[in-house]
Design a protein around this ligand. Structure first.
Ligand code: ARG
Length: 293
């Protein structure tokens, strides 16, 4: 059994006061299927309560009224803790409808003394959405293609002084890596090979000592879009086969109903942004390397 993740106890979430489906930028969004505001609020509150009940904490940011997707806080940026204080690589969203969200996130992170980087700065314009990025085993595992540009991975490597493993995602329903990949502990992660071309999937699997391989149908329940607090996995749903593997590995499973948020194409991971991620060392900028698959 691997060691527990040393992050995943402190989250940033966005109050869901203006969650709507105003446009369709992923295959799950349908403007004729609007979230119900009361159910939205109840589900969000239940997710906060579930995180707190298993030992996590939640900080919140108000939702901009002109940013209906801002509830998916994971996409605001990739936050890291280092000995010299917090660091954030803000997202530069693929679609204009979401681009204003990161201005509010920047103010929030700056108020907390974070060093702020942005992949789209300096006119370079590389798109990066943090739902594609995980810090794991001292490196970054980053999806690219539908949302994140390959060039953004160079910015991440240079800005954060970290090695970056990039994996092109090629499944329309798994447009962010966090729909197909979920680190569980220091050795284990959920991986959905169907999100990638076969050689790419193989390279990702080679990076994971003990993968929980899930099928496309399992991934489309959003079960990889989960968060891990110690040995508890907080999930939007869990197919029975996945449950038996997780339980055999000693994980506790907590299911939180987030059906209203599935209407925007996101679940538990998308709604939460971990603030306590470390790379297990201090960060010095300007030294990372990139491998693309
Ligand atoms: N409607 C949002 C979008 O398409 C959903 C974001 C889901 N977030 C995630 N981390 N996968 O951008």
């Amino acid at each position: 059994m691997g060691n527990e993740l040393d992050w995943g106890r402190r989250y940033l979430m966005v109050e869901p006061d203006h969650f709507r489906v105003d446009y369709a930028i992923n295959p799950f969004m349908d403007r004729d299927d609007q979230p119900d505001p009361a159910r939205t609020r109840a589900q969000w509150d239940a997710l906060v309560a579930a995180i707190v009940a298993v030992g996590g904490t939640v900080e919140t940011l108000p939702q901009r009224s002109d940013a209906p997707d801002m509830v998916y806080a994971m996409n605001l940026g990739l936050a890291l803790e280092s000995a010299s204080g917090p660091v954030v690589e803000l997202s530069h969203m693929r679609f204009g409808q979401r681009r204003m969200e990161t201005g509010d996130a920047e103010a929030w992170f700056r108020q907390r003394g974070a060093r702020v980087f942005r992949t789209g700065a300096g006119g370079v314009g590389a798109h990066f959405e943090a739902g594609d990025a995980f810090a794991w085993r001292g490196e970054l595992v980053v999806g690219f293609g539908p949302r994140t540009d390959p060039l953004a991975l160079k910015h991440l490597a240079a800005d954060l002084d970290v090695s970056v493993h990039g994996f092109r995602t090629s499944h329309p329903g798994m447009y962010h890596l966090d729909l197909a990949f979920c680190p569980l502990d220091s050795e284990r992660a959920i991986v959905c090979p169907a999100a990638f071309e076969p050689e790419t999937a193989e390279r990702l699997l080679a990076l994971v000592p003990d993968p929980l391989v899930i099928t496309e149908a399992e991934a489309l329940t959003f079960c990889a879009n989960s968060i891990v607090v110690g040995r508890t996995v907080v999930m939007p749903s869990c197919p029975s086969r996945v449950r038996s593997v997780l339980e055999a590995w000693g994980f506790e499973i907590v299911i939180v109903e987030v059906g209203e948020f599935l209407k925007g194409g996101g679940a538990v991971r998308c709604l939460t942004n971990p603030l306590d991620v470390t790379l297990g060392r201090d960060l010095v900028t300007g030294r990372g390397e990139v491998w693309l698959s």
